[in-house]
Design a protein around this ligand. Structure first.
Ligand SMILES: [Fe+2]
Length: 156
């Protein structure tokens, strides 16, 4: 059983970003399965991938907003920074002797809640401007995906 099933009401209408958000939700479900199976090794493995992917996603999203000339970029960056610091803190706990299952449960619940709230409160706000900008930016998008994720296909 999945922890969370995505539905289209969480889409912001920017295809590349919606796919990345869904990917983060997939990782959260992977983490849930590792917790349910009491699989400590898998918890560490998913947590690494989830953290890397989320940070790469932030980086891509920030560059997309910047490219589109989004006026609330600075505030959005701050929200990302604050959340990244929390993720780093949990990561320190994970490797610092705290019970990995309890850290994983915190990440599962907290990240899912944060992601859905962030999509609704902050990501929706840039959607229209970024959509307009993307219509003329396909070359830039491919190059930036490749630079951040190492592959154009990776986030799909
Ligand atoms: Fe964001």
């Amino acid at each position: 059983m999945s922890y969370f099933i995505w539905d289209s009401t969480y889409d912001i209408g920017v295809d590349i970003i919606d796919r990345q958000h869904r990917r983060i939700a997939d990782y959260i479900n992977d983490l849930h399965h590792a917790i349910e199976n009491n699989d400590v090794e898998e918890v560490y493995s998913v947590m690494e991938r989830l953290k890397d992917y989320t940070f790469d996603h932030f980086s891509f999203e920030e560059q997309l907003m910047e490219r589109a000339g989004y006026p609330l970029l600075a505030a959005h960056l701050q929200v990302h920074r604050r959340f990244s610091a929390q993720v780093e803190e949990l990561s320190v706990q994970l490797y610092g002797g705290t019970d990995p299952m309890s850290v994983a449960r915190k990440v599962r619940t907290g990240l899912m809640r944060w992601l859905l709230q962030h999509i609704k409160d902050e990501d929706q706000n840039y959607a229209e401007l970024v959509r307009k900008s993307l219509r003329k930016e396909s070359g830039w998008v491919s190059a930036t995906l490749k630079r951040i994720f190492g592959s154009v296909d990776h986030p799909v």
